[in-house]
Design a protein around this ligand. Structure first.
Ligand SMILES: [Zn+2]
Length: 251
């Protein structure tokens, strides 16, 4: 098995080395290696409570209080998570001009922390490291919101328009961000190699991007610990952790 994995990693680099436009698509698997829990895995703090749907968050003060209480408890859970060798490898590809950017399902901001410029990161599920006003879109920093929430017990309101403030993630029942989906599609169409790293590719419509890339003539490479549906159309599947698989590119 170890030899097989090493062979697959050699094959992976044989495909990556000549590729001119590498577009990466990342999911929870790249961040679990940094200690960020996968919200769908059994025993994760996300699975203890039923998720609060977007409609309930907007409609109910109690739901907002509960959502913010959970949000800050979860943040404490993986406070200090740092980018790992997988993140650094992808950041190097961007820095070297070999990758125009990364599409991610993650909300942890670790691609930004790894040094990839904000405009090269497309976040399909938003970002949990800050909050926005649902009415005017103003960005609110968690460091400012949290002490006020903990002191008053009141969910935060926008300082500009008094609108409802929510973590900048896409909640259950909330529409996918259209602009991000459009950018992700355009980026996918530029790829000559589409690299999936740590996504089980089950959340739609995001999971359709590998097939779009493949149909458009790109090579498709999937690095994931578990089998995924698009494995069947991939040029290479690597069953390994992302850090060890991509580590040679981490510098
Ligand atoms: Zn506002």
């Amino acid at each position: 098995m170890q030899d097989e994995t090493n062979d697959a990693i050699d094959e992976l680099h044989a495909l990556l080395d000549p590729a001119a436009v590498i577009v990466s698509f990342t999911g929870a698997g790249i961040s679990t290696e940094s200690g960020v829990p996968d919200f769908r895995s059994p025993g994760s703090p996300w699975m203890i409570h039923r998720p609060i749907p977007f409609d309930a968050f907007v409609a109910s003060r109690e739901a907002r209080v509960e959502a913010w209480r959970r949000k800050f408890a979860m943040d404490d859970h993986f406070a200090g998570a740092m980018p790992n060798r997988g993140h650094k490898a992808l950041a190097n590809l961007v820095a070297q001009g070999r990758s125009p950017g990364v599409i991610t399902q993650n909300i942890d901001g670790l691609h930004q922390d790894s040094g990839i410029p904000e405009d090269r990161i497309i976040e399909l599920h938003g970002n949990g490291t800050y909050a926005t006003c649902l009415t005017c879109g103003w960005r609110h920093e968690l460091a400012a919101i949290r002490p006020a929430f903990e002191a008053s017990g009141e969910p935060p309101r926008c300082i500009i328009c008094s609108g409802i403030v929510k973590s900048a993630t896409i909640s259950f029942g909330q529409a996918m961000p259209e602009a991000a989906m459009r950018r992700a599609h355009a980026l996918t169409m530029r790829a000559d190699l589409f690299l999936v790293a740590g996504s089980s590719l089950v959340v739609f419509p995001a999971a359709t991007f590998p097939a779009i890339a493949k149909r458009n003539g790109a090579k498709l490479v999937i690095i994931n610990r578990e089998p995924t549906e698009p494995d069947a159309i991939a040029d290479l599947v690597v069953r390994a952790e992302i850090g060890p698989a991509l580590g040679r590119l981490a510098g």
